[in-house]
Design a binder for this molecule. Structure first.
Ligand SMILES: *[C@@H]1O[C@H](CO)[C@@H](O)[C@H](O)[C@H]1NC(C)=O
Length: 346
């Protein structure tokens, strides 16, 4: 991209972006069990595969098997999945990973208006001291993450969608405390510090951009061992082990604003991805040191955030705003009073 050129894409392209995310989401939706006509269920001619004298399969016998077996025939007794339980909340949309028992991803749309707490009114403003962590009963019991998994695990119950992004209503904030929005995070030096201020940086983007889209993604990245081989190693908390502990977390952001007041149909789009280890991060670590190509996060997570058109039409967020996290340790005392970060049984 030429140095000072500001990438511009028409508003419909931004629609395509949001639509793209929704399409990914919709495709993960639980599929109804394949409908199989009774005539297929019984009687079914068993596929007969015979070997000839030379030990080779005889094609004539193989032809008993339908030449292109339909999915519903093979999956007659059910489709194993995977199913990413779609979670649609007031302040976010997410997909739950049944195997890892934390979100596969969460998505939010932040604006100055959405971040405002609206005291009084019909919808009372969210206050985190009035929210408690709760198990998500919309997740089937065998795949649910539990309060006892986190208890004495040594990890914080880390919000993927931060509570502070849902101050507009108590219900919205409560929904961020569902364990389906939670993943195990290192507390001191990460969840309570660097990561918390990265979340704040995301909120502050609404001061410079009209619309801010934030995806939060737990990751499992391979590490090279002494023998030169790459392995993924991670803890699983709970007894019996239940909830996987991500090695990293990514924030993928997209911001948009009108290119100019005279061309409100044109948007300036910026994107960026940050990948942080689930570990103590020094307060002074530059945010830019965690920048990763969005494609790298997509490859690692097996997800697609934005279309190629959006990616190539966008500027890097660190070129259009200051990528800087300021960790304020003097806030700690106040937080201890108000913010529940220590895992405790219900
Ligand atoms: C929020 O959660 C708290 C604690 O679980 C509960 O007492 C309260 O009724 C909830 N509020 C709303 C609006 O859902």
């Amino acid at each position: 991209m030429s140095g000072s050129a500001i990438a511009r894409v028409a508003i419909f392209a931004a629609g395509a972006l949001v639509g793209g995310g929704v399409a990914t989401f919709a495709s993960n939706r639980q599929q109804p069990a394949p409908v199989v006509p009774r005539s297929v269920v019984s009687p079914t001619p068993a596929p007969i595969v015979k070997l000839d004298e030379s030990g080779k399969t005889r094609v004539s016998e193989l032809s008993v098997v339908p030449s292109s077996p339909s999915v519903s025939t093979i999956l007659k007794y059910g489709n194993p999945g995977p199913i990413a339980d779609p979670l649609v909340r007031k302040a976010y949309v997410a997909a739950y990973d049944r195997r890892l028992r934390h979100p596969a991803w969460t998505a939010e749309h932040l604006t100055q208006a959405s971040l405002k707490s609206l005291p009084g009114g019909a919808d009372e403003a969210g206050d985190r001291s009035k929210s408690t962590f709760v198990e998500d009963e919309s997740i089937s019991t065998q795949f649910r993450s539990r309060l006892k998994d986190y208890f004495r695990s040594g990890y914080d119950r880390g919000h993927m969608v931060p509570a502070a992004d849902a101050k507009f209503s108590q219900q919205a904030m409560n929904e961020t405390f569902l364990l389906s929005n939670i993943a195990p995070q290192v507390g001191d030096g990460f969840n309570r510090h660097y990561w918390a201020y990265l979340e704040e940086w995301c909120r502050r983007l609404t001061g410079s951009f009209q619309d801010v889209y934030v995806f939060t993604v737990p990751l499992y990245l391979p590490r090279q061992d002494a023998d030169g081989k790459w392995r993924v190693s991670h803890e699983v908390i709970g007894s019996p082990p239940n909830v996987a502990v991500p090695t990293h977390f990514a924030k993928v952001v997209l911001t948009s604003k009108p290119a100019s007041p005279s061309t409100p149909e044109l948007l300036d789009i910026s994107t960026g991805a940050f990948v942080l280890p689930n570990a103590i991060i020094p307060d002074e670590a530059p945010l830019e040191s965690f920048v990763m190509p969005i494609e790298a996060v997509e490859r690692a997570a097996g997800l697609t955030f934005f279309s190629d058109a959006i990616k190539s039409a966008s500027s890097h967020i660190c070129k259009t705003t200051k990528c800087q996290v300021v960790v304020r340790r003097f806030d700690d005392a106040q937080k201890k009073a108000g913010r529940k970060t220590i895992a405790a049984p219900k």
